[in-house]
Design a protein around this ligand. Structure first.
Ligand code: FES
Length: 156
């Protein structure tokens, strides 16, 4: 991955801190998460401490610091979905999994994150599970969905 990170870094000006977020976004897009090593490399490149980069990155829900689980749930919290109840969906996910957005459970099965729009605004709340979209999701549907998914992926 280091070579891939080097390739990405070359697209950004060394020492330019204002490009930090797009740089981290590009690394995450490529690697799936921000590893400790990648944060150290980025820190060296832009001239910021790893502590500073972590604290900036954790401010954004979109960044994850562990690989995603086999079941990756993305919940839209864009304006339309928010107005249609995405907060209840997110709260239920937290309650059911004991995880915060961007975290992965210990067995590496489940993770979730929060995104800003998935293009299905008239059908919110929208969630995406491993690339499959679900519209008009209700918080009370989640326990059953998660139980079924865990069953499938635990036995995978
Ligand atoms: S705001 Fe949720 S899909 Fe657009």
């Amino acid at each position: 991955m280091t070579t891939e990170i080097d390739t990405i870094l070359r697209n950004y000006k060394q020492g330019k801190r204002d490009q930090l977020i797009p740089l981290l976004q590009e690394i995450q897009e490529k690697a799936g998460f921000l590893s400790e090593d990648s944060i150290v490399e980025v820190g060296r490149y832009v001239g910021l401490s790893t502590t500073k980069i972590y604290s900036l990155a954790t401010f954004y829900d979109e960044f994850r610091f562990l690989p995603a689980g086999k079941i990756q749930i993305s919940v839209c919290n864009g304006t339309s979905c928010y107005l249609n109840g995405s907060k209840a969906v997110i709260d239920k996910l937290k309650e059911e999994t004991g995880l915060l957005p961007g975290q992965t459970d210990r067995d590496g099965i489940l993770s979730y994150d929060i995104v800003t729009c998935m293009g299905g605004c008239n059908h919110g709340p929208v969630i995406c599970i491993n690339g499959e979209y679900y519209n008009n999701v209700k918080a009370e549907q989640l326990p059953d969905m998660i139980r079924k998914l865990r069953y499938i992926f635990d036995n995978d």
